[in-house]
Design a protein around this ligand. Structure first.
Ligand code: FAD
Length: 497
């Protein structure tokens, strides 16, 4: 569903408007003497279902949990606000049916859960194109290089490597289940990554590379993120190299046919009628031993509820009784990053002929990192640029024509004039998506994990909470979403004993 320039149109009614109205309707008394509006046609009453567990959110986390709970012999129903399953895993198709991943795309070594799930569901992978030279565009100069070491001055390179080693060794101190309990937790959570970078990196090149890594991983700027969270993230993946590399790292492979097939097939495996789509959950009301989950198209009464929604979106649901204070406070302190993607489709991946991998790194926006997402058949050529952090916020102020023109111009700066003639241009800004309002993950600032961390994994009576944000392995990734789903499903099954 794209127009000629490729704006992603959100066809469904704005979720926020509805949620806000719902919350107000519940919270405000009717105004005495208010003029009566003419009676509207009575809305169809949502159907009601009784189950053991109601799962809110059909992302990879919620769907994985639903499957495990069913396997444990429990009756489960999943409610999803969107018209599709997958959440942050979202594949659109170009006008000639080529998959274009707006959300999660890559899978790499160590991400064993998503690899196993894809293989079980019959979704194959292929290697991200990596033959030839990469582009580095720093200070208005374009340079080509091979491998992982960019052509910057030796002092900066040496310092950058020392910083990477230092971060990797700090990560060893972290228990990913409770990073706020690490021996240096207070010290590291008492500063932003920016503060640490300025204190430890003296060269411009190393500072620039550190900033680029933060933007690429979290889609925020270095002053916005706690050092402790950065170190936790590295620990949950294994090391920093695994996070940023293409061969041997998190960008190594892609899924043939697009990533969204995985949640789609997973949802289908739950059986007919197990998932209600297009039905935002508005209220979660617990009375005695049962919880009633009220959504637009279905009401589900359950013994336990799993809220498998990213933290900022949880607080847009009305809970009765209200959430535990520490959990609510935690969620108020967990903003999502700002991220967009620009995808240009060409007749051929012309950069390959020029001996280029399609991977560019630049120091100016809108797109500071690009990848070749051409399907394994080799045609058409698909070029994708990430738009992260402050660049995404600026991108959001541009018209569709400006987005098109500036991204295409930047592809041309990286890869040459042929980039000026795409046959289609698509773009998405996750901050604009009503059910997400940012991505790819929530990013705590300083002081948050040490003050509120204990609430992250905690249940709240009959209400359980999970998403990739609660993962202890590959947090922020598809693999983490699956691990979080598996972990919470085991807890719920045990609780229902
Ligand atoms: C641009 C981008 C690039 C990424 N790249 C990668 C990558 O290359 N590799 C990788 O592994 N990961 C990547 N990720 C991260 C990955 O997509 C996520 O970690 C993972 O998909 C999160 O899954 P989840 O189930 O925890 O949450 P989500 O996918 O967010 O699922 C939550 C679901 O809850 C629904 N929901 C929200 N509110 C309500 C409500 N009130 N009622 C009912 N339903 C509701 C949402 O619509 C959504 O479907 C990327 C993400 C983005 C956005």
């Amino acid at each position: 569903m794209t127009d000629s320039i490729g704006t992603r149109r959100v066809g469904r009614r704005g979720f926020l408007a509805g949620a806000g109205a719902g919350a107000l309707a519940g919270a405000l008394p009717a105004t005495a003497g208010a003029a009566k509006k003419p009676a509207k046609k009575a809305a169809k009453k949502p159907k009601t279902k009784k189950v053991d567990v109601c799962v809110v959110g059909a992302g990879l986390c919620g769907l994985t949990a639903a499957r495990d709970l069913r396997r444990a012999g429990l009756k489960v129903h999943v409610i999803e606000a969107d018209k599709r399953v997958g959440g942050r895993v979202w594949t659109d198709f170009t006008s000639d049916h080529v998959p274009a991943n707006y959300g999660a795309t890559f899978i790499g070594p160590g991400q064993d859960r998503i690899a196993a799930l894809a293989s079980e569901l019959g979704v194959k992978t292929y290697l991200t194109y990596n033959d030839g030279k990469n582009v580095l565009y720093f200070d208005g100069q374009r340079q080509l290089y091979t491998g992982t070491v960019p052509p910057i001055d030796v002092a900066s390179l040496v310092e950058a490597q020392l910083l990477i080693n230092q971060l990797n060794s700090m990560a060893q101190e972290i228990d990913p289940a409770a990073p706020w309990k690490a021996p240096h937790a207070k010290e590291w959570d008492g500063q932003t990554f920016e503060t640490w970078k300025l204190a430890n990196a003296k060269t411009d090149g190393a500072r620039k590379l550190m900033d680029l890594a933060i933007e690429a991983l979290f889609s925020v700027q270095s002053p916005e993120v706690s050092l402790l969270f950065v170190v936790f993230y590295i620990r949950s993946a294994g090391n920093l190299n695994l996070l940023v590399d293409t061969p041997g790292g998190a960008q190594e492979s892609q899924f043939v046919g697009g990533s969204q097939q995985i949640p789609e097939k997973l949802a289908a495996s739950l059986g007919k009628g197990a998932v209600t789509l297009d039905s935002p959950v508005r209220y979660v009301i617990t009375k005695g031993r049962l919880t009633t989950v009220r959504s637009e198209r279905i009401t589900v009464v359950a013994r336990r509820v799993l809220i498998a929604v990213p933290p900022p979106m949880v607080t847009r649901i009305v809970f009765e009784p209200g959430l535990a204070a520490l959990k609510d406070q935690l969620y108020q302190h967990l903003p999502l990053g700002s991220i967009g993607k620009a995808i240009a489709i060409y007749d051929t991946p012309f950069w390959r002929k020029a001996g280029l991998t399609g991977q560019a790194t630049g120091d100016t926006g809108p797109m500071k990192a690009t990848f070749d997402l051409t399907p394994p058949s080799g045609s058409p050529g698909v070029m994708m640029g990430f738009i992260d952090g402050q660049d995404a916020r600026v991108f959001g102020t541009w018209t569709q024509q400006e987005r098109h023109d500036r991204c295409i111009e930047q592809f041309a700066v990286y890869f040459g004039d042929e980039a000026r003639k795409p046959r289609q241009f698509l773009n998405v800004l996750w901050d604009e998506q009503p059910l997400h309002r940012g991505c790819p993950v929530t990013v705590p600032g300083p002081g948050v994990l040490t003050a509120f961390g204990d609430a992250l994994h905690a249940r709240d009576g009959a209400r359980f909470f999970a998403s990739t944000e609660t993962a202890t392995v590959w947090a922020g990734y598809m693999d983490g979403a699956i691990q979080a789903g598996q972990t919470v499903a085991a807890e719920i099954a045990k609780d229902l004993g």
